[in-house]
Write a protein that binds this ligand. Structure first.
Ligand code: SAM
Length: 321
């Protein structure tokens, strides 16, 4: 396997920029670090400022191959300027734009506007369950919330089909112990109702929790010595709601922060000596030299032959890496 940049142009700018536009959420999923974060001392709910958003979009507009991905630390549809922000991104020709959402607010005027104006190219709804019982256990919402979310997904698909819009809709489930017996039913049920159905790997957010060992799911047989370089260093950068720039998507406590939009461009950080040093550690099998990476197990979910790019490429029919 050849590790590193998929294309020379990525040396200069990441092929995917993940932007966490909020750190607030309207669900408490049992697999997610957010509920813990929200109960920590010093936690303050926040929405990304217009200045930071504009900075990201303006810089991305010079790197037309880069994918904008909204998700991570909260529920993006909770940002009160969501439509204004997406209109600006589209006015700067950012393509493709993905949003990962829990689907609760994917309805009414917001949905109409997103679809009518094609403000997003791929919408990924995290359902994480086939049965209501499992949804309630995993996503911490009510049974009636699950029915409404499913209705929202079906309705979004119908609307975009009726308006002949290119937007693609996918649903996802995490392969975790509570949902494992439902993965097939989930696939069978949603196939044909949306554009793509995906199963995602389960992460343990070990960087925060201290880790539970190298085996995430209990049925994999990885040893630490099998560790490959983390794909994130060559494929994605993460911008947090407060303007921080960090290398790890799963870093809720911002320990992997290397800069800030107030002082740095994304390119500054991506091409920095520190970033390159961390890349070198990973390529040499010396991940332990970076304390943040040392105890991580998430790298197992970040495989070089399959990641989020593949799902997006399938949907929009364009090579992205
Ligand atoms: C943190 S959420 C934020 C976006 C939105 N609120 C949602 O629910 O999709 C982004 C994605 O990360 C997933 N996620 C969170 N914790 C995870 C974990 N431990 N393992 C795998 N995926 C996880 C969520 O299920 C969701 O699909």
């Amino acid at each position: 396997m050849q590790y590193g940049y998929a294309d020379k142009k990525h040396e200069e700018f990441p092929p995917m920029v993940i932007v966490s536009i909020v750190n607030i959420c309207n669900l408490k999923c049992q697999h997610c670090f957010w509920p813990k974060l929200a109960s920590m001392e010093g936690y303050r709910g926040n929405m990304m400022s217009w200045e930071h958003w504009k900075k990201v979009i303006d810089e991305m507009s010079y790197h037309t191959y880069s994918v904008l991905n909204l998700g991570t630390d909260g529920e993006p549809l909770m940002h009160t300027d969501f439509i204004k922000m997406l209109r600006y991104a589209k006015s700067q020709n950012i393509f493709p734009i993905n949003m990962t959402t829990n689907g609760i607010l994917l309805k009414g005027q917001i949905l109409e506007t997103i679809i009518n104006e094609e403000l997003i190219d791929t919408i990924n709804v995290s359902l994480d369950a086939f049965t209501t019982n499992t949804f309630v256990k995993i996503r911490g919402g009510k049974g009636s919330t699950f029915s409404k979310i499913k209705e929202n997904v079906i309705n979004a698909y119908k609307l975009k089909t009726r308006y002949k819009k290119k937007i693609k809709i996918m649903v996802n489930i995490i392969d975790q112990p509570l949902a494992r017996s439902e993965l097939k039913d989930f696939q069978d049920y949603w196939n044909g109702k949306v554009d793509l159905v995906i199963t995602r790997k389960y992460y343990t957010a070990t960087a925060e929790t201290g880790g539970t060992g190298p085996d995430i799911t209990g049925d994999q047989d990885f040893q630490k010595t099998d560790r490959w370089p983390c794909t994130l260093f060559w494929r994605r950068i993460t911008i947090t709601d407060d303007g921080g720039i960090q290398y790890c998507i799963d870093d809720w406590l911002h320990k992997s922060r290397l800069g800030h939009l107030d002082q740095n461009s994304i390119k500054d950080i991506w091409t920095s000596k520190t970033y390159n040093k961390l890349r070198e550690y990973h390529l040499k099998g010396q991940q332990h030299k970076n304390p943040y990476c040392a105890d991580c197990t998430e790298w197992q979910g970040m495989t070089w032959d399959f990641d989020y790019f593949v799902a997006m490429e399938k949907m929009i029919g364009k090579q992205l890496l």
